[in-house]
Design a protein around this ligand. Structure first.
Ligand code: IMO
Ligand code: MG
Length: 427
């Protein structure tokens, strides 16, 4: 079988959860490799409608070992809530495994995320305030606490003491807010630790065994390429890498073990939070997309900014990930549009740019140059064969394939499993 990395091609919310839920029917393992509960993966299947933040979207397939990899940061409270919610809906969670190397989000991380955002004032990044940035900062600053530490109360207490001493100094001296209580956090996290202990394991060897058995393994990405700390619209980015390359590091496998890289793109584009977005539509068309597709954040409920497909950004995303295939989601949102635009280049200071600038202040001043294609007037929601899609829809997809130099292998025309058309096999 194969290892397939599933990665967001835009600014997140592309429908990665939906794609993984479908592909997981044939897989034996799904491993999340980055991000934290800033992710919100909406899955609609026979069990109901779920917004998953940490649990891999393969959880609904009982034969799938679901791994929360070392590259993820875990808020134990939100993970336990998610596990309880799934169990209450009759979903078996006994096949979930958590890497002992995954870092934990602590109460000071969420508190500091909010305080840092307020300090930035007009320059706020619009984070999800889940403590993601502060937790990944602590990981690289070697101040982090890991899931495995919860298994030994003495070690946990000693790590917590050192970290909290420093964090409380920042809270009281820099932000002038009350310090956090060591005892309260210790008690609370010991309780979380007892509940999570059965799930915590060394996971890279579990994945390694699956590789030897040649299982179909899906690496589940979170966020999207344009939020990558290196290649995204810095500083308006998240704090871990959503790229395919991070799929290896975030799970502990060789980059050579990844056989296919599936980039998930919406037929249009959205962004939530601050930062430049050249094709943003602040008019009625943008509003129409938002209402039709219900583009409100799964994690924070914020309205998402909507715009035409940006193929300059898409090409760049294809380049840094090396997509072997693309899944195009939400194509049905364009049903009834008289025409559809694609941004194929930018105009900046009277010059045409054919590349995605690394400087966000330049990107913020780029004007999109559009190509306009005819729309289609019929509903696509009930179509199950690629060949039966309106010719204009197929033409739109063919143009995207040309611009991204990659084939579209999956296309979705609605939120349900059966509304995902397989154009060609991705394996
Ligand atoms: P999924 O996995 C869309 C955005 C936030 C903010 C920036 C930094 O559902 O695609 P953070 O809390 O990560 O420090 O916020 O990143 N962001 C997302 N946007 N989808 C996501 O995840 C996101 N996760 C973070 O809105 O702009
Ligand atoms: Mg989301």
């Amino acid at each position: 079988m194969a290892v397939v990395a599933i990665v967001g091609g835009q600014w997140g919310d592309e429908g990665k959860g939906k794609v993984i839920d479908l592909l997981a029917e044939k897989a034996r393992m799904v491993a999340r490799f980055s991000g934290g509960d800033n992710a919100g993966h909406t899955v609609i299947n026979p069990y109901g409608e779920f917004k998953l933040h940490l649990v891999p979207s393969g959880i609904f397939s009982p034969q799938v070992t679901c791994i929360i990899g070392n590259g993820v940061v875990i808020n134990p409270a939100s993970l336990l809530k998610e596990i309880d919610d799934l169990q209450n809906h009759g979903v078996d969670t006994s096949h979930l495994v958590i890497s002992d190397r995954a870092h934990l989000i602590m109460p000071y991380h969420t508190l500091l995320d909010g305080l840092e955002e307020e300090r930035r004032k007009q320059k706020a990044l619009g984070t999800t305030r889940r403590g993601i940035g502060p937790a990944f900062s602590d990981k690289v600053a070697r101040l982090g606490i890991r899931a495995g530490d919860l298994l030994n109360k003495d070690i946990f207490l000693s790590h917590l003491k050192s970290a909290l001493e420093f964090k409380n100094a920042i809270l009281t001296k820099v932000y002038q807010v009350s310090p956090l209580s060591l005892e309260e956090i210790y008690e609370q996290y010991c309780h979380y630790g007892e509940r999570l202990a059965p799930f915590i394991r060394e996971t890279s060897s579990i994945i390694h065994e699956a590789l030897i058995k040649e299982w179909l393994i899906l690496l589940e990405g979170a966020q999207g390429t344009l939020l990558d700390p290196d290649f995204g619209t810095y500083p308006y980015v998240t704090s871990s890498s959503p790229l395919a390359g991070a799929g290896a590091i975030g799970t502990g496998i060789s980059p050579m073990a990844i056989d296919r890289v599936l980039g998930v793109f919406k037929a249009y584009i959205t962004r939530v939070g601050g930062g430049p977005m050249p094709t943003e539509l602040k008019d009625e068309v943008g509003k129409l997309i938002r209402e039709k597709a219900h583009e409100y954040g799964a994690t924070t409920g914020r309205p998402r900014r909507c715009g035409w497909f940006d193929a300059v950004a898409g090409r760049f995303s294809s380049q840094v990930n090396g997509f072997s295939d693309i899944a195009l989601t939400h194509l049905d949102i364009y049903d009834g549009f008289p025409s559809i635009k694609i941004c194929t280049a930018y105009e900046f200071n009277g010059r045409t740019l054919n590349y995605f600038p690394s400087d966000s202040s330049i990107l913020g001043k780029c004007q999109p140059i559009y190509e306009e294609l005819p729309g289609w007037q019929e509903s696509t929601a009930e179509i199950r064969d690629f060949g039966k899609l309106p010719p204009q829809a197929r033409r739109y997809m063919a143009r995207l394939e040309e611009l991204l130099s990659c084939r579209i292998s999956l296309v979705s025309i609605g939120p349900r499993r059966e509304q995902m058309i397989q154009v060609r096999s991705i394996l």
